[in-house]
Design a protein around this ligand. Structure first.
Ligand code: NDP
Length: 448
C-alpha cells in the first residue's frame, strides 16, 4: 500500500492537465485532478474552440456577400448575435462533458474545486480536505493580464467576450497580439466599428514583418481603425452606459465595449507555491527543466503556467511527455523547434520556423521567396484582397527554415507544409513536388 492517497494530483483540468491525468492513469497511476472553473480549461471553455466558432460565424458575412457574384440570389441577411452565442456556448458545454467523460473512463477522480499546495506532497481543497500525492502537477494555465489604469473594471477580457448580452456597436480593443487581431476581425465582420489601440507601433510581434504589414493593410481596408503608440490612460463610464476611453497621444474614443487583450500571465497566485520553495520567474511562471520538474522534486508543471510557448498543442505535448516520462517508463522531452502557429484573423495567418529577420541574424546568408497573389475565389468575387506566402531558405544548405502565409485557409495549408519544414526538407524538395492545380497551396511549390 502506498503511503499517499494518490500517485499523482493534478491542479487544473485544461489541455495539459487532462492529457497528463489521462495518460498517467493509463500507465496505471492513481490520479486525481482539481479544477476550480470548468473541465476543459481556457482552450475549450473560453479560448481556441469558442473563438474559432465565432471566426466561422463571422466569415459568413463575406461569404454571403461574395455568393452574389457566384450567381446566388441572396436576400438581405441579418446577423443575430444571441443565436450564435448560445449555439457556441452549447457546443462548449458538450465538449466539457466529453472531457469529463474521458477523465471518468480513465478512473481519474475529479474534484470540482480549488486546490492549493500545503506541502511538497500535499494539497488542500477549498472545503478544507487535505489530500496527499507522491507527485503533484501544476497545470493551472494563464489568466488575462489587465494593465492598471483608472476605470479598467469597465473593460472585459477574453473571459467575458463570449457571453456578451448584445453585440456592441463600437468596440475598442487594447493590444496588438493574437486576441486583439482575432476579435477585431470577428467584431468587424459582424458589423461593429472596431478600433485597435496598441501601446507600441507593431501588431503581432514575433510574426514576419511582411505578413504583419499585409494583415494591417487588409484590416484597415476592411474598416478596422488602428491607434498606435497610444497607451490607455483611463476608461470613463458615461450615464448612458457607453464608455469613453482616454488615451495618451490620441483623442478619446467612445465605445459600447472595451476588450483588453494585453497578454496572459501564468496562473500561480495564491497556490502556495512560494511557501514550499517552488521557484517562479519574474513573470510568476513556474521554472521547470526539460523534464517539466520544478525546483521541488515532487512538483511538476506543464502548459501556460510555465510560460514556455502559450499554445494548447504545446501544453498537450508537455502533459503527455510528463506522464510518459514519470509513469510510463518512457523518458520524453518536448521538441520546441518549428512549432507552427496561426492567427485566426480575417484573413488568417499561418507560420512555422524563422522569420526573415531571425534567419538573417542566425544564419547570415539566406534566400527568400514570395508569392503575392489574389485567390481565384477573391478575383471572381471582386474582393481586392491579396494573399502572401513567404519562404525562407538557408542559402548554405537549401533547407527551408521558415514559411509564413496570410490568406484564405492559410492555417490549414500551413499545418501540412510544417511537416516538410520540421523534416528539414529543402527548396529543391518543394520544387520537385508537382503542383496541385488549381489551389492556393500550389504556390508553395511554384515559388521562384
Ligand atoms: P499577445 O502576447 O499575443 O499580445 C499582447 C499585446 O498586448 C501585444 O500587442 C503587447 O504589446 C500588448 N501589451 C502587453 N503588455 C501591455 C501593457 N502592459 N499595456 C499595453 N499593452 C500591452 O497576447 P494576447 O492577449 O493577444 O494572447 C495571449 C496569448 O494567448 C498569446 O500569447 C497566445 O500565446 C495565446 N493565444 C493564441 C491564439 C492562437 O494560437 N491563435 C489565439 C489567442 C491567444 P507589445 O507588442 O508592445 O508587447
Amino acid at each position: 500500500m502506498s503511503e499517499f492517497d494518490y500517485d499523482l494530483f493534478v491542479i487544473g483540468a485544461g489541455s495539459g492537465g487532462v492529457r497528463a491525468s489521462r495518460i498517467a492513469a493509463s500507465h496505471g497511476a492513481r490520479v486525481a485532478v482539481a479544477e476550480e472553473h470548468r473541465v476543459g480549461g481556457t482552450c475549450v471553455i473560453r479560448g481556441c474552440v469558442p473563438k474559432k466558432l465565432l471566426v466561422y460565424g463571422a466569415h459568413f458575412a463575406e461569404d454571403i456577400h461574395d455568393a452574389r457574384k457566384f450567381g446566388w440570389e441572396v436576400a438581405d441577411c441579418k446577423f443575430n448575435w444571441t443565436v450564435l452565442r448560445d449555439n457556441v456556448l452549447a457546443e462548449v458545454d458538450r465538449l466539457e462533458g466529453l472531457y469529463g467523460q474521458t477523465l471518468d473512463s480513465h478512473k481519474v477522480t475529479v474534484f470540482k474545486t480549488r486546490a492549493t499546495l500545503i506541502g511538497p506532497q500535499k494539497v488542500r481543497l477549498a472545503d478544507g480536505q487535505e489530500i496527499s500525492a507522491e507527485r503533484i502537477l501544476i497545470a493551472t494555465g494563464g489568466w488575462p493580464f489587465v494593465p492598471e489604469f483608472p476605470g479598467s473594471e469597465h473593460a472585459i477580457t477574453s473571459n467575458e467576450v463570449f457571453h456578451l448580452d448584445k453585440l456592441p456597436k463600437r468596440v475598442v480593443i487594447a493590444g496588438g497580439g493574437y486576441i486583439a487581431n482575432e476579435f477585431a476581425g470577428i467584431f468587424n465582420e459582424f458589423g461593429s466599428k472596431v478600433t485597435i489601440v496598441n501601446r507600441g507601433d507593431t501588431i503581432l510581434r514575433g510574426y514576419d514583418e511582411q505578413i504583419r504589414d499585409r494583415l494591417l493593410q487588409i484590416s484597415m481596408t476592411k474598416g478596422i481603425d488602428f491607434k498606435f503608440n497610444a497607451p490607455f490612460q483611463s476608461i470613463e463610464k458615461n450615464d448612458d452606459g457607453t464608455l469613453t476611453v482616454h488615451l495618451e497621444n490620441c483623442d478619446a474614443i467612445t465605445a459600447d465595449a472595451v476588450l483588453i487583450a494585453t497578454g496572459r500571465t501564468p496562473n500561480t497566485k495564491g497556490l502556495g507555491l512560494e511557501d514550499i520553495g517552488v521557484e517562479l520567474d519574474e513573470h510568476g511562471a513556474i521554472k521547470v527543466g526539460d523534464d517539466n520538474q520544478s525546483s521541488v522534486p515532487s512538483i511538476y508543471a506543464v502548459g501556460d503556467v510555465t510560460n514556455r510557448i502559450q499554445l494548447t498543442p504545446v501544453a498537450i505535448r508537455e502533459g503527455q511527455a510528463f506522464a510518459d516520462s514519470v509513469f510510463g517508463g518512457k523518458p520524453t522531452v518536448v521538441d520546441y523547434k518549428n512549432v507552427p502557429s496561426a492567427v485566426f484573423s480575417h484573413p488568417p495567418i499561418g507560420a512555422v520556423g524563422m522569420t526573415e529577420a531571425e534567419a538573417r541574424n542566425k544564419l547570415g546568408s539566406i534566400r527568400t521567396y514570395t508569392s503575392d497573389f489574389r485567390a481565384m475565389k477573391n478575383v471572381l468575387a471582386g474582393r481586392n484582397e491579396r494573399a502572401l506566402y513567404k519562404m525562407i531558405v538557408n542559402a548554405a544548405t537549401d533547407q527551408v527554415v521558415g514559411l509564413h502565409m496570410i490568406g484564405p485557409d492559410a492555417p490549414e495549408i500551413l499545418q501540412a507544409a510544417a511537416i516538410a519544414v520540421k523534416a528539414g526538407l529543402t527548396k529543391a524538395d518543394f520544387d520537385a513536388t508537382v503542383a496541385l492545380h488549381p489551389s492556393m497551396a500550389e504556390e508553395l511549390v511554384l515559388l521562384k
